[in-house]
Design a protein around this ligand. Structure first.
Ligand code: PDD
Length: 282
């Protein structure tokens, strides 16, 4: 079953207009929420971010936060998979194509669940390879919008290079985030990640990791690092809803540290797992 505009219907009956502005103009926002044994992790944070994104694109959501959470919970009520992902997309709606906001328009709200996959133990143990590419995006990266063309091209470039992620390097700023992840580095025992800014998504996982680091008493700096600073870091890792905390052991063809996930990355990954276990039970 999927949720479309207030109704729970079979996927085969769920249709969106060819005039939908999400389809024609990329005029929409989204969220991805991981469920562990049917329990959504940090649902409140994701719904809050959806509201922030909606506000940023001047879209009024037709449901309140609690109502939306109720729909999500109904959607996953029968899900028994260990890992599942809830996808929520809200577009400005369907109307004859003009760039400005049409006067008479109702948002399209879609939600569905798909089976998720945990990162394999071998990948967790070895870490992934990432490439660095120029950031061709603008300054709305704090909005989780469906305009993902640069991210799609970045991930494709990574895939073609046999890498698991592409990191965006922004001129004059540094390496800001991954195509679908935030970046962290450890240098001389200090954890760093970029500050909240128009260049990065305020990741829910990033926020959890910052809280876990604080709880451990780990020194943290919120700064973008340059390519050179990242390449010479002791540890580099990415965070995202589906990848959780995942070491980057080869970056731009160079080994990070000794080429294996470092102790701080592994500790934060295991703390994150414990947090999930406490909140979701697996
Ligand atoms: N992507 N930065 C970007 C550009 C992202 O697309 C994502 C997540 C993140 C990490 O955010 P979070 O920790 O809240 O998942 C950072 C999702 C998972 C996706 O597009 O599939």
């Amino acid at each position: 079953m999927v949720f479309l505009n207030g109704q729970f219907i079979p996927e085969k009956q769920a249709f969106v207009s060819i005039c939908d502005r999400g389809f024609q103009l990329g005029d929409g926002i989204y969220e991805v929420i991981r469920c562990y044994q049917g329990r959504p992790f940090r649902l409140g944070d994701h719904i809050e971010r959806l509201f922030q994104s909606a506000q940023a694109i001047r879209l009024e959501l037709p449901y309140g936060r609690d109502e939306l959470a109720g729909f999500v919970n109904r959607l996953i009520a029968d899900v028994t998979w260990d890992y599942a992902d809830i996808y929520i997309q809200v577009t400005r709606g369907g109307a004859p194509r003009v760039h400005e906001f049409p006067a008479q328009i109702h948002p399209t709200v879609l939600m569905y669940v798909s089976r998720g996959q945990a990162v394999s133990p071998i990948t967790l143990e070895q870490g992934i390879e990432a490439i660095i590419i120029p950031d061709t995006r603008g300054t709305l990266c704090n909005i989780k919008s469906v305009n993902l063309l640069p991210n799609v091209l970045a991930r494709q470039a990574a895939a073609e290079a046999g890498a698991g992620e592409a990191l965006f390097e922004r001129e004059g700023i540094g390496v800001v985030e991954g195509a679908a992840s935030n970046i962290f580095a450890v240098r001389k025992g200090v954890l760093s990640t970029g500050p909240l800014s128009p260049y990065t998504l305020p990741g829910v996982t990033r926020d959890c990791v910052l809280q876990l680091a604080k709880a451990q008493g780990l020194p943290v700096e919120l700064e973008f690092l340059s390519r050179e600073e990242l390449l010479t870091a002791d540890e580099v890792f990415i965070t995202s809803t589906s990848k959780e905390v995942l070491a980057v052991t080869i970056l731009a063809g160079q080994m990070i540290g000794d080429g294996r996930p470092g102790p701080i990355t592994l500790k934060l990954a295991s703390d994150y797992r414990s947090l999930v276990k406490r909140e979701c039970g697996i």
